[in-house]
Design a protein around this ligand. Structure first.
Ligand code: SF4
Length: 342
């Protein structure tokens, strides 16, 4: 059982202490006896403890920076939402394939933003631009927000903020089971709570530091009972020996554990494994012993944004994934909706 995240080291930007959440967090971490260092900006963080890259990388992944979100321009977040809403960046998990390794480069520490009201105000503007169309905000593009929320409760505030909104909806996804503090949030059905799931082989070999499948499903049951719209992202779909039976078992477990009422209106998003050349280099550096297959010759090259193409499965493998997983879902969850396969 993975315990709720406790940072090993805290950095605080002085301006963060001008916000109630900044003060509250620092008091909390002082009481917990965690080392707290000052930094003018997260960009100035140097000298993390550790003798080599490997050790420093691991310390960074359990370092939390309490700071401000300066850019209030939101990125787009297709296909699952219109915008990415930034409450945190980084994650304490150690999934070998995680895209944050490339996007965060040499700064893999976790950042939480205490100017939450500013972020809500920006969201308000995005919603009014599109009203009366609904605007969906994705809160987990740059972090596993649930994984740190037991410390900050920012996500809980966001759930209640969108619960009150007329034209906004919130969604996020997690691999962590620490959801108890979110169960009584007044969501008004405007937040879709999703869990990222995978078969046992993939969780065992590639997702260290995250909650196990049965823990995620147990958390999903609580979330469904709290009346949240529920969803699952199966990602990354990865072809290993025995993948068909692995995924079949996963869906069967899910079907057996979920209450009937949760299965109506439930959504699935299916995302195949992909990697870029820069990602491959970073993965090999951070997780040199990984079993993750990153052989370009076995994949299909797909042109991407900014000229960085990615390697996805070949067409016939993609068709097989779609038919196999789609078939399991249709059989076991006839009332669920597959939102997309990508
Ligand atoms: Fe990345 Fe998600 Fe794993 Fe965290 S839990 S390391 S965000 S894939």
């Amino acid at each position: 059982m993975v315990k709720p995240f406790v940072p090993q080291l805290i950095y605080v930007e002085p301006k963060a202490l001008e916000y109630p959440l900044g003060k509250e967090l620092i008091t909390k971490f002082e009481d917990m006896g965690i080392e707290i260092r000052q930094t003018t900006s997260h960009n100035q963080i140097r000298n993390l403890p550790g003798d080599n890259h490997f050790q420093r990388y691991r310390v960074a992944k359990s370092t939390l920076v309490v700071g401000l979100r300066k850019t209030l321009k939101f990125d787009t977040s297709k296909p699952s939402a219109e915008y990415a809403i930034p409450f945190a960046t980084g994650c304490m998990g150690h999934c070998h394939y995680c895209y944050l390794q490339t996007t965060m480069g040499s700064k893999p520490y976790i950042r939480t933003y205490v100017n939450v009201e500013d972020i809500f105000e920006a969201a308000e503007e995005y919603m009014s631009e599109r009203a009366p169309e609904i605007t969906r905000f994705e809160a987990s593009c740059t972090s596993d927000i649930v994984g740190i929320d037991h410390l900050t409760h920012t996500l809980k505030r966001a759930i209640e903020f969108f619960g009150q909104s007329e034209y906004g909806q919130l969604r996020f996804v997690t691999k962590f089971a620490h959801v108890d503090h979110l169960l009584d949030a007044k969501h008004n059905g405007r937040t879709r709570f999703r869990f990222s799931i995978n078969d046992d082989y993939i969780i065992k070999y590639f997702e260290p530091g995250t909650s196990r499948l049965h823990e995620r499903i147990e958390a999903a049951v609580k979330v469904a009972e709290a009346g949240y719209p529920l969803g699952f992202i199966v990602a990354p779909i990865y072809l290993h020996e025995g993948w068909k039976s692995g995924y079949h078992e996963m869906f069967e477990k899910l079907e057996a554990m979920l209450p009937e009422k949760a299965k109506k209106g439930m959504t699935f998003e299916l995302i195949q494994h992909r990697f870029t050349k820069p990602a491959k280099r970073v993965i090999e550096k951070n997780y040199p012993m990984t079993k993750l297959e990153l052989d370009e010759a076995k994949r299909k090259y797909k042109w991407g944004r900014y000229g960085i193409g990615k390697y996805v499965y070949k067409d016939e493998e993609q068709a097989d994934i779609k038919a196999t997983l789609g078939g399991y879902i249709e059989k076991l969850f006839p009332h669920a909706k597959i939102e997309y396969f990508t």
